[in-house]
Ligand binder design. Structure first.
Ligand SMILES: [Cu+2]
Length: 109
């Protein structure tokens, strides 16, 4: 019985994460041709002024790039709230034709 609650919470967390990731991966219908959406994992390294961007040391992103540290832009204000330097995160982002990397969804792991 002692393990029931944490395990249930963990399962709920996995389901929520999977659904968030699946949502982010769905090709955005209204998006211009040429943009690509990717999923990634990494560690928050720093934030830009007013959290206009976040530098993340990301793992290898299949079909996109090797592991490295780079910046990502939140789509909306408040999207990076609750995150701190050192947090492990899973996120989806859209790489636009003009070279921006917009975060669609980001969750702490
Ligand atoms: Cu990179």
């Amino acid at each position: 019985m002692r393990l029931f609650v944490p395990r249930a919470l963990f399962v709920a967390f996995l389901v929520a994460s999977a659904s968030a990731l699946a949502h982010g991966v769905r090709p955005p219908v209204a998006e211009a041709c040429g943009s690509e959406t990717h999923t990634a994992r990494g560690v928050v390294r720093s934030f830009g002024p007013e959290r206009k961007f976040v530098n993340i040391a990301h793992e290898k992103i299949e079909g996109y790039m090797m592991a490295m540290t780079m910046s990502f832009e939140p789509r909306g204000s408040g999207q990076l709230e609750g995150l701190a330097v050192g947090d492990n995160v899973a996120f989806t982002f859209t790489a636009t034709e003009d070279g921006r990397r917009l975060i669609d969804a980001i969750t702490k792991k």
